[in-house]
Structure formats: structure tokens, C-alpha cells
Design a protein around this ligand. Structure first.
Ligand code: SIN
Ligand code: CO
Length: 394
């Protein structure tokens, strides 16, 4: 069973896209989603921005400052005081709150799912924009409603001049190379660090699928923090091979060599690296939305007997890795567990499907470790019992 997709929305082969465009150059896909209709209206998006647990912001051009940032959660009154033009509401991780929005992510299974960060949705009044900027991650920008003019510019880096602004990253210089107007269903892929500038032609909505890419600094600091937990205090810099120094004040090359060896020995542990990475990449954006709860013995079996399935918590992040042929590691929202290799087909279902039907779980019912795994994920809150109308299982 294949869980990935071989073509991009719009029909380009995934192989061609990955070879020629991914992390390399932009790609405009006209009618990637022909006849696309947003399952979420602008009013509903604004409604989400009133919620406490939802991360949202409004960027207003020519507000209190040339570029003003307002942070959510907002109140209804905040909207009545906005002008007719030149503002954008941006709501993060809408995929975690609206299942119909999360469905779009299935179209991106030509990439590892643990690379996906979130699906942000913006609504802009005519003229609205967040200014010319660059992001450090890849993004697919789907035009969901209305029209947006996208200008793309130069490749940037941390030395690119920025406007002085306490909160917004706006480029001081924008060297335009191309410009397109996107209509509903069109999608633009942008590689990291490419300057872009989107301006709403009319009231418009844009869906952005953003990706996670840890910085080298994060990889180094977080991995070494992870390793350090397993190092004893008695493991110290040692120099039993030392010779009498010519000058006691000198730090000589042998000293640096010993230190380098100490570091290389520690970071060479590939198994630890794989474990750390799986945990790190599955860390949830909003851990508070993954609530642990006690699962009574027999509850899972009873639910499956009644024909109800299990749902993935939309805030949970899941991935797996096989350690040679010996065992399987499941990563679930920043934690990991070791499993026997025979559970791989179940782990793949759990990681790749938003919903696990009772019938799909049937072959695993007699496997104690499989059932324990499901129970563990339910008690951690990564999986949820299928919601049912009369709430009899709550
Ligand atoms: C927007 O949707 O207005 C901004 C998206 C982006 O430029 O990354
Ligand atoms: Co951007």
C-alpha cells in the first residue's frame, strides 16, 4: 500500500518537481485545484481569530505606523474599526481547527509529512499585503478566493537589509523579477529565502502550506542537549596522555584534538540522532491541544466492537523510523516508543491516516502489543475516539 502521491496538484510528476523546483526555484501552477472553493468563509476565518487558542495577527498598512502589527485573539469590534482597504488577517494552523481545511494536506504527500508545519490562511482587504519579505522555509500559496498579485524578487539571507520594525520582517529593497496575478485554484510554490510580495487585487483569501526546517543552530543545540542527558557527570575532559607543557599557559593542539574527539565520539551515534530528530520534528505546535486521559481497560475493544473508529488528534504529529531490521520506532508528538517490526503496517496506518476505521483495526485486535500501542496513543491524546452524536463514550 502506498501512502504517497506521485503527482502534484495540477499534474506535474512529483519526481520532476523535486528534481527541478523543490528548494530551488518558484513554480506557478495555474488551476492546481480547478474550481477550488474554500470550505471556510472570510467571516469564519475572522471567527477563528476570536478564539483564545488560535494564533492570529492583522497587518495594517498606513495604520498607526507605516506597517502596523496587531496580535490576536481579536474581538468583533476590532473588525468594525478596520478600514475598507490595505489590511490582512493571518490565522496560523487552521488545519488543526477545521478538518475540511486539513484535507488539503493530503495533496502534499509527495513530500515527507513531518516536513509540513501548518496551513496558514490569510484574508486580505483590497490592497492588503504583509509587505515584501522572505521566509526561511518553503511555501505553497494557494489562491482560495479573489485575486492576489504576487511579485517575486531576489534571493535573500540574514544580511539582506530590512526596514526597522520591532515585529515585522519587511525587506528594505525588493528587486522584482516576475509578477503574476493568481485566481482561485492557482498555486505558487516558493523556495526558502526568495523575496516575495503579495498584494490583494480584491478581497482575497490565500492558503499557505508552510514547511518545517530546523536551522543548523537548532540541530546542533537540540541534539547535543538530547545527548547530554545521557552523559554522566563523571565523564570529563581527560588527558592521561599529557606531557609536561613547555609553557603552562598554552592551550596546545593536542588539547583541541582531545576535545574534538570527545565531540565526534558523542555525535557519531546515528541511532541517537535518528531518535532525537523524530522527536524534534514531531513536537507539536500547540502541546496544550493534546490532552492525556486515562483509558479504562476494555474501552478500546468495546468502541471497536460497536463499529466506531479512531481519529488522529489534528494537533498531533506522527512519524516512524526503522532501526536497521531490528525494531521500529514510532514518534508521536515529541515522544518515541520502540515497537516490534511486525507492527509496521499498523504504524503506517496510524501515521498516514486521519481516521482509523474499526474494520481496519480488526486484524490487530488479537495482537496484544498492537492494542497496547493504540491504548497508549489514546491515553496520550494523539488518537481520539471517534466522536459520535450521542457522546455515549465520552
Ligand atoms: C499572505 O498570505 O498574505 C502572506 C503569505 C506569505 O507571504 O508567506
Ligand atoms: Co511569505
Amino acid at each position: 500500500m502506498s501512502f504517497s502521491v506521485s503527482t502534484l496538484p495540477g499534474g506535474m510528476s512529483a519526481d520532476e518537481f523535486l528534481r527541478d523546483y523543490w528548494q530551488k526555484k518558484p513554480l506557478l501552477i495555474r488551476q492546481a485545484f480547478p474550481g477550488f472553493e474554500s470550505p471556510l468563509s472570510a467571516d469564519e476565518l475572522a471567527g477563528l481569530s476570536l478564539e483564545q487558542e488560535v494564533e492570529s495577527r492583522i497587518v495594517l498598512e498606513h495604520g498607526a505606523t507605516p506597517w502596523e502589527l496587531r496580535r490576536g485573539p481579536f474581538a468583533e469590534d476590532d473588525y468594525s474599526s478596520l478600514p475598507q482597504q490595505n489590511w490582512t488577517l493571518l490565522v496560523q494552523a487552521v488545519d488543526q481547527f477545521v478538518p475540511e481545511v486539513a484535507e488539503l494536506l493530503a495533496a502534499f504527500r509527495f513530500l515527507p509529512s513531518w516536513r509540513v508545519d501548518d496551513l496558514m490562511i490569510s484574508f486580505a482587504a483590497p490592497g492588503g499585503s504583509v509587505g515584501p519579505h522572505f521566509d526561511n522555509y518553503d511555501v505553497f500559496l494557494l489562491q482560495a478566493e479573489g485575486h492576489r498579485r504576487w511579485k517575486i524578487g531576489q534571493m535573500c539571507d540574514s544580511d539582506s537589509p530590512m526596514l526597522e520594525h520591532p515585529d515585522l520582517r519587511i525587506l528594505a529593497e525588493f528587486e522584482q523579477t516576475e509578477e503574476w496575478v493568481l485566481a482561485p485554484g492557482d498555486m505558487l510554490y516558493l523556495p526558502p529565502r526568495l523575496a516575495h510580495y503579495g498584494i490583494a487585487e480584491d478581497a482575497c483569501m490565500t492558503w499557505s502550506v508552510g514547511f518545517r526546517a530546523p536551522s543548523h543552530a537548532e540541530v546542533l543545540t537540540h541534539f547535543t542537549d538530547f545527548l547530554a542527558q545521557y552523559l554522566g557527570d563523571e565523564q570529563r575532559y581527560s588527558d592521561s596522555d599529557i606531557h609536561r607543557p613547555a609553557d603552562p599557559a598554552q592551550i596546545d593542539e593536542q588539547t583541541v584534538e582531545r576535545l574534538q574527539q570527545l565531540i565526534l565520539d558523542a555525535v557519531q551515534d546515528r541511532e541517537a540522532l535518528g531518535t532525537w530528530f523524530g522527536r524534534f520534528m514531531t513536537e507539536p505546535r500547540y502541546p496544550e491541544l493534546i490532552q492525556s486521559e486515562e483509558i479504562e481497560t476494555g474501552l478500546l475493544a468495546g468502541i471497536l466492537d460497536d463499529g466506531y473508529g479512531l481519529e488522529r488528534n489534528p494537533s498531533a504529529r506522527l512519524a516512524w523510523r526503522q532501526e536497521q531490521d531490528s525494531y521500529l520506532m514510532l514518534f508521536a508528538s515529541g515522544e518515541h516508543c520502540l515497537l516490534p517490526t511486525r507492527l509496521l503496517p499498523l504504524v503506517q496506518l496510524i501515521c498516514n491516516q486521519d481516521y482509523l476505521a474499526a474494520e481496519e483495526m480488526q486484524p490487530w485486535r488479537a495482537d496484544v502489543e498492537a492494542m497496547e500501542l493504540l491504548e497508549q496513543l489514546l491515553s496520550k491524546g494523539d488518537l481520539l475516539f471517534e466522536a459520535n452524536e450521542d457522546d455515549e463514550h465520552e
